[in-house]
Design a protein around this ligand. Sequence first.
Ligand code: PMP
Length: 295
Amino acid sequence: MYYNDDTVLFLDGKFIKAKDAKTDLFGQTLHYGYGVFEGIRAYKTVNGVKIFKAHEHYDRLRQSASLVGIPFTYDSEELTQISYQLLERNNLSNAYLRPLVFCSPNMSLNAPKEVSVMIAAWDWGKYFSNQSLRLCVSSIQRPNPKSIKMEAKVCGHYVNSIMATMEAKERGFDEALMLDGNGFVAEGPGANFFFEKDGVLYTPPLGNILPGITRHTILDICKELDLPVEEKLFRPEELFDADSAFFCGTAAEVVPIESIEGQPFNKSWKNSMGLIIQEAYKCIVLDKSYSYVIV
Ligand code: PMP
């Protein structure tokens, strides 16, 4: 699914065949989850292939590494150029890019001496196969921000996300909505959350969530289109009287939420503020003007 015999990836300064790439089984990342990564999308736009917000993603990768003490020296422009070359070598246009910074063999808990970077790319359509999502409120909370660096996209943090998604599927839902340690709504296992009530969009503030690049793009869209939006803490009970809601993220893009714990929303998606955001987001990633989006 992710590669075939011809796929090329970038590993430590070289483009090599994915099937020939090797890693050491004694790496700190494999054993302890001590690595950082990104998820980036490229689109075939009216102006050619464009990697959406490549610099923002690579800045976050560098920031993630720095926050947890992983020495990583590439700059964002260099990584962006490598990413464009990677797409070209694999003949990809609409694609997902996965950079991963991982650490050298080291079974101790001391700082790593050497780090590696790999970037892979593949054709990845919709992240969620369903048109709209049936969520449950997860019993698994987001981690305590005093225990981990919430703003960092660290490999090991995703054990928490995997457990929440597994629990949701076991309970017959599509995905989980996760709370923070104080019982406020935080985010999805791999996406940020917005809901609409009486003409205003609400989203949790930074602190217990990954500061998503898509979330930021949506806040910019709201400013541009004069759509009222507020960052605030709220409890899941508040959602049972909401008008609509959606998840957003690089992989997920903007995806409607159909219900939470079986409770549907007051409005249909086609009448929601989320639809306007979804349309505008599509335009932005495809380098098209979105002035026609009617508000
Ligand atoms: N929250 C979590 C936990 C995520 O893994 C992601 C995906 N990176 C997001 C939010 C959305 O972030 P972004 O819009 O930067 O992809």
